[in-house]
Ligand binder design. Structure first.
Ligand SMILES: *[C@@H]1O[C@H](CO)[C@@H](O)[C@H](O)[C@H]1NC(C)=O
Ligand SMILES: *[C@@H]1O[C@H](CO)[C@@H](O)[C@H](O)[C@H]1NC(C)=O
Length: 842
């Protein structure tokens, strides 16, 4: 207020000065007026006439004129009143721009008086112009990094008015970021400047609208405005920022190639290039670069390769987001791969046997397996098992090792090879599984003996077989294998009738064929019992044996042999053989009844059965019808009572036949004498003997020679005995004389000392007992040596001896029955008698 008051004093003082100057000038002959501009036409400027002291009528008479230097006449003189008025509307700003004092000069010429007066009219300013700016819209670009306090020039306002009415001050309206500073220019003019009061942030406000207002000092003051639009220029003042400091991704390992695993987003508040973010992998190994791909524009991480949990279950990437200005942010991406059950368990056989002996003890390790599943957790949890019912079991040893061991003893004969399937399944769902096959061959051990196909073998072989005939084949099998199953056959040792069995039969070692080595004779050997042994090729070998029974089948190869009556051939010294006639002399009383037993033909057949079943027939008789023969008993009986007219002597020929096919036969000739008394009998006998001897003269002489020879031998023998006795007596006497230990006979075997008892025993040994048993089954002639002749032998044959004969109607019974035993040897008895006689005669 004080300042304003003082200024006011100054302007009043200036006005006073102007009045004084005007008054002085008027006095000097000069007129000075002042008129505000923009006055309407005809406005009063000054009373010229009065000021000049001129009489109005004189003025008009004398002619008064106003001249102006310019082309335009601004003033005119009112002739009646002598007043100066404006002739035009006067604009001071137009007339005198930027001139402090705007003075228009004109001259008043009084033509009559030839006088002129200078008139100055000052045009005073009125506030008729508002301040203005050249451009009402301004654009200002300021970087957001501009430091506060920075100044930016603003356009000056312009007000053509002068003085107080000219532009006086500026005013800025807008926001707090900006303020206005007005600098005084060299010419005292004001220069507005925009001052950055507070740092800009494009990201906060990219534009600022300001209004610059210029004001003059009029009353009322006039203003002019300019709109300033401040564009905040972007600076790279913002780094990209990732939406997450760390990205954690979990993906299953079977995610398909090309899948987007994660999309990274980094935002940059800046604009344009500075806000453009590019992504790059900052730290990466070759491994991850092959697996993951980062799209630098979108920030997508895609899969280039299929993942494998077992190769890598965890990846760490570092991604950098960089804007155009080089600012960046980094983030970490952890990719955790989760396991899928995509790996089957793998069984690897670390070592395995391909062969095992069947006697390997239970628990023998057959194979060592390693099982591995690359999955983890339950997916990699492997359980093993064996397929099927096999005699093996699994033993789990360290960790994922398994042993396959035998669970019990093996038997190659049951199962010779195994394909042991080991199955491994993991714990995933669904579980994956795999298997391995162990091929195992069971080696043979000789644990099986050969087994014959039959429990016992028997065969029937007809006698008189060809030597080398195949009898039968034994067969034994061995459940073992190879050499252990190679069976060889052997005949067990044995003896038959004193000869080794091997001389009868032989077994072919390879085939088991049993051959008869010699022709067998049923009459000698009826059956052969033997053992055949089968032995395999193992070490030690196992064997078994089987009994073989060879039954010799009879053939009708023996003719019946007539034992009684004694064969005439023996007496006559002729040979033996089938069909040889035998003869004897039988006695029959004339008074005998019909059916009385006269004699019995005794015959044997060495064959058996049918071949030895004999039948007797009367073939020839001197008196047919007088005698008959029992068909099977061989008994000769009278068919009727003998009549007186019947001859005394009868000759009967009996044919003995067996039932073989073809049948063989023999004949026996019986001499039957019918006698009334003993004398007659003897007479008949004598004649019969003569008759009998007559045809056999050579036989009788032979008999005589034989008797003589025997007697001679016997005498020699007795002489020898006597010699021995004498020697012994002599020695005995010497022993009596010599000391007992002289031992002259020490070397002589005891058997040489024969005493009296020895002689008797010797003699007895000569009394051969011809014991004939006509057993149809045994059918053997048994010569028993030793034993008293008197004990066992009847003095002579007893034809009348009752025999347990069988009815003719019963042939089978006849076969089974034992015929009476006959002990007869006429010639031998003679021999003995002669020996005894000789002995005693000597
Ligand atoms: C075991 O497997 C082999 C080969 O596949 C086959 O030849 C053989 O017959 C099998 N043996 C058994 C006992 O299954
Ligand atoms: C089989 O033969 C052997 C040897 O010869 C013998 O020891 C064994 O007793 C025989 N077995 C039979 C059942 O005869």
């Amino acid at each position: 207020m004080c300042a304003a008051g003082r200024r006011w004093d100054r302007s009043q003082r200036a006005l006073l000065w102007v009045m004084l100057l005007a008054a002085w000038e008027a006095a000097w002959g000069q007129l000075r007026y002042s008129v505000p501009e923009e006055m309407p036409k005809g406005s009063f400027v000054g009373d010229v006439a009065k000021d000049l002291g001129l009489q109005l009528p004189a003025l008009i008479e004398r002619g008064v004129r106003i001249t102006e230097r310019g082309r335009t006449q601004y003033f005119s003189l009112q002739g009646k009143s002598g007043r100066l008025v404006t002739a035009e509307r006067i604009d001071r700003e137009q007339l005198c721009d930027r001139v402090q004092q705007c003075v228009l000069r004109c001259e008043l010429i009084v033509e009559g008086k030839m006088k002129f007066y200078e008139i100055e009219v000052e045009i005073t300013d009125i506030n008729d112009n508002a301040p203005s700016f050249k451009e009402s819209e301004l654009e200002e670009r300021i970087s957001e990094t501009t430091a506060p306090g920075s100044r930016f020039p603003l356009p000056d306002g312009y007000d053509p008015d002068s003085g107080r009415h000219s532009l006086q001050s500026y005013e800025l309206s807008g926001d707090e970021h900006f303020s206005l500073a007005v600098q005084a220019g060299p010419g005292g003019d004001q220069r507005p400047e925009l001052v950055l009061a507070k740092a800009l942030d494009r990201e906060e406000a990219a534009f600022h609208e300001l209004v610059l207002r210029a004001m003059d000092g009029g009353d009322p003051a006039r203003t002019g405005t300019a709109r300033i639009r401040v564009t905040v220029l972007d600076a790279n003042d913002n780094a990209p920022v990732f939406s997450q400091a760390e990205y954690t991704v979990r993906v299953p390992e079977d995610v398909p190639v090309g899948s987007i695993l994660v999309t990274l987003t980094a935002t940059d508040a800046d604009d344009g290039l500075y806000g453009h973010v590019e992504y790059s992998l900052k730290k990466q190994s070759d491994r991850t670069s092959n697996i993951f791909h980062l799209d630098s524009e979108t920030g997508r991480i895609t899969l280039l390769q299929s993942l494998d949990f077992e190769v890598g279950d965890f990846y760490e990437l570092e991604v950098q987001a960089r804007d155009g200005g080089g600012l960046f942010d980094t983030t970490k991406i952890t990719i955790t791969v989760t396991d899928k059950n995509d790996n089957i368990p793998v069984i690897s056989v670390r070592s395995a046997l391909s062969e095992i002996s069947e006697d390997a003890p239970s628990g023998t390790v057959v194979a060592l397996l390693h099982v591995h599943d690359r999955d983890s957790g339950a997916n990699g949890d492997v359980r093993c098992s064996l397929d099927g019912d096999v005699p093996f079991r699994l033993q789990s040893s360290h960790g994922s090792y398994y042993r396959v061991v035998t669970a019990r003893e093996l038997d190659r004969e049951q199962v010779s090879e195994y394909n042991v399937t080991v199955r491994a399944a993991d714990g995933g769902s669904p579980a994956l599984q795999s298997s391995a096959v162990l091929a195992l061959r069971v080696l043979d051990v000789n644990d099986n003996a050969p087994v014959f196909a039959e429990e016992r073998y028997s065969a029937r072989l007809a006698e008189n077989n060809a030597a080398g005939a195949l009898v039968l084949t034994v067969r034994a099998t061995d459940a073992d294998w190879g050499q252990n199953a190679r069976v060889r056959y052997r005949l067990s040792e044995g003896r038959v009738r004193g000869a080794p069995l091997s001389s009868y039969v032989s077994v072919q070692a390879e085939t088991g064929a049993l051959y008869a080595l010699r022709s067998l004779d049923y009459e000698q050997v009826r059956e052969l019992r033997l053992w055949v042994r089968a032995e395999d090729g193992g070490a030690p070998a196992l064997s078994s044996n089987v009994s073989v029974l060879l039954l010799v089948v009879d053939e009708n190869d023996n003719a019946p042999q007539v034992l009684y009556p004694p064969p005439a051939a023996l007496r006559a010294g002729s040979g033996s053989g089938s069909g040889v006639a035998w003869s004897g002399v039988e006695l029959a009383p004339r008074w005998s009844e019909a059916g009385a037993l006269v004699a019995k033909v005794v015959a044997v057949d060495a064959d058996a059965g049918q071949n030895a079943w004999l039948s007797y027939e009367l073939a020839k008789a001197t008196e047919p019808g007088l005698f008959r023969v029992g068909l099977h008993s061989g008994e000769v009986r009278t068919a009727r009572s003998p009549l007186a007219r019947d001859a005394a002597r009868h000759s009967l020929v009996v044919v003995v036949k067996d039932h073989g096919r073809p049948a063989l036969s023999a004949t026996a000739t019986l001499q039957v004498v019918l006698a009334e008394s003993v004398a007659e009998l003897l007479a008949e006998l004598g004649s019969a003997a003569d008759e009998a001897a007559a045809p056999g003269e050579p036989a009788v002489s032979l008999t005589r020679w034989l008797v003589l020879a025997v007697a001679a031998v016997s005498c020699l023998f007795v002489a020898f005995l006597l010699l021995l006795l004498a020697l012994r007596l002599r020695r005995w006497r010497r022993q009596q004389l010599l000391p007992p230990d002289s031992g002259a006979l020490r070397g002589v075997p005891v058997s040489h000392f024969v005493g009296i008892d020895g002689v008797r025993a010797f003699l007895q040994s000569y009394s051969h007992d011809v014991s004939l048993t006509a057993d149809s089954r045994k059918s053997q002639l048994r010569f028993s040596a030793g034993g008293s002749c008197c004990d066992t032998l009847p003095a002579r044959p007893l034809p009348d001896e009752p025999a347990p004969l069988l009815g003719d109607e019963d042939p089978a019974g006849a076969l089974a029955a034992d015929p009476p035993a006959l002990s007869v040897s006429f010639w031998v008895q003679i021999l003995i008698a002669s020996q005894v006689g000789c002995f005693f005669s000597l």
